[in-house]
Design a protein around this ligand. Structure first.
Ligand SMILES: Cc1cc2nc3c(=O)[nH]c(=O)nc-3n(C[C@H](O)[C@H](O)[C@H](O)COP(=O)(O)O)c2cc1C
Length: 397
């Protein structure tokens, strides 16, 4: 996504400047060429040297000394994307008025690339009608905005927005802007994630060790590619990704009902969840005490969600299943792909180190309906998510 992309990161003079250092770092690590442009006030908060060291590139801070004449035009025209984070009240006002009185505003006025701003300011400044009007004007001109959010400000906690969005959130919005016109832009993607749990009594459940990480990463990656994403999540303690709308479910029956509801409008379904395969035939209405002696459970299979919702699929929808096996994974995965009428199946072997549940990495093989087989190396789950979406997006025609 970011490799080879040229990003201009404009930084204006707010206390959130320190977070822009992380942003510059993350973009550079992801492979982008990052040119930082500072206002004079921003340079009071963070020295240009810091950004130079983080990006490995010179920092522009004045119209009169920035690597020669017309540097602002070169930056404006070469950029694939411009991000301004933080965008102060003053910067927003200047851009809304079309001013070009320093190098950052000159770059912004001459821009050809999409612009994302991350406002950050005192909550009173943000609530002021002047600021509101300036931001509305920029949005009407096609400028994308992320945040601000409520939470801790330099002067103390606030219930009202003002705080700059976190770098990870800004990056997700920036990626989405870059993905405009791509194969998943505007598509509806439904992703299931995590385990489900089946009650035995009011306090005990049967569940499994799925963390939800794989599905959360697929949902985040699909959203960054421009999709409208619904994430149907079983119980997990993970922080939800910025962007996708989340439907929380508990049991396999609830997950099945949610998939059935969302499926008719889905262009792509990625079933990354590990729903409980069995539930207790009887659910006690009270907690059974240990002193009552040994306990036998009779379990019955839960619904096979992919099979039972097959009739709800939108014609032409791309369906991706997952199969976690403990041996003979490829042959069993191929059988599932055919039986469940899938386009792709992602298989992994829970007995392999670094793969499967409760780890940040995965080693998967992706089978397709035409008989193709791709064996991927051990990768972090976000990279696996991107590999899955590359293949799935190519089928969304
Ligand atoms: C300690 C300190 C923190 C500030 N934080 C903010 C801020 O978060 N948001 C903001 O809009 N202005 C903030 N300001 C005010 C701006 O620095 C001031 O409006 C400046 O003119 C902005 O210039 P620029 O937009 O060209 O960078 C702060 C000022 C100081 C001294």
């Amino acid at each position: 996504m970011w490799a080879g992309r040229h990003v201009v990161l404009g930084v204006s003079g707010g206390i959130a400047c320190y977070k822009s250092c992380f942003l510059a770092r993350r973009l550079t690590e992801a492979g982008a060429r990052v040119d930082v442009v500072l206002t004079q006030a921003a340079a009071e908060f963070v020295r240009p040297l810091t950004f130079e060291a983080l990006t490995g590139r010179p920092v522009a801070r004045s119209l009169w000394e920035a690597g020669g004449a017309l540097a602002h035009i070169r930056l404006a025209h070469e950029a694939d994307l411009i991000i301004v984070a933080p965008a102060t009240a003053h910067l927003v006002a200047r851009v809304a008025q079309g001013l070009a009185d320093d190098i950052l505003t000159a770059v912004l006025l001459a821009r050809r690339a999409p612009l994302l701003i991350a406002p950050a300011m005192n909550d009173e400044m943000y609530a002021r009608p002047e600021t509101e009007a300036n931001l509305a004007r920029l949005r009407a001109a096609g400028v994308a905005q992320v945040g601000p959010e409520a939470g801790a400000l330099a002067e103390g906690p606030s219930e009202r927005p003002g705080r700059m969005s976190e770098p990870a959130t800004i990056l997700a919005h920036a990626a989405r802007l870059l993905a405009r016109g791509g194969p998943l832009d505007g598509r509806r993607v439904v992703v299931t994630a995590g385990p489900t749990r089946e009650p035995l009594d009011p306090v005990r459940v049967i569940t499994n060790r799925s963390s939800g990480r794989m599905g959360f990463d697929v949902a985040a990656a699909a959203w960054e590619r421009g999709a409208e994403v619904v994430l149907i999540a079983g119980p997990t303690s993970l922080e939800p990704p910025a962007g996708p709308s989340i439907r929380r479910v508990d049991t396999t029956a609830q997950m099945e009902a949610a998939v059935r509801e969302e499926l008719p409008s889905a262009d792509l379904l990625v079933m990354a969840a590990a729903p409980a395969d069995y539930r207790s035939v009887e659910v006690a209405s009270r907690k059974r005490a240990r002193g009552e002696g040994s306990l036998s459970l009779t379990l019955e299979p839960t619904a096979d969600i992919l099979a039972s919702t097959r009739g709800s699929r939108k014609p032409g929808a791309v369906i991706v299943g997952f199969a976690l096996e403990t041996g003979d994974a490829v042959a069993r995965g191929r059988g599932k792909l055919e039986r469940k009428d899938l386009d792709l199946i992602v298989i992994n072997d829970a007995t392999e180190p670094g793969a499967g549940f409760e780890v940040a990495t995965n080693r998967v093989t992706i089978l397709d309906r035409e008989g193709g087989e791709r064996v991927l190396p051990l990768m972090d789950k976000r990279a696996v998510a991107d590999a899955i979406l590359d293949l799935a997006a190519a089928r969304c025609v």
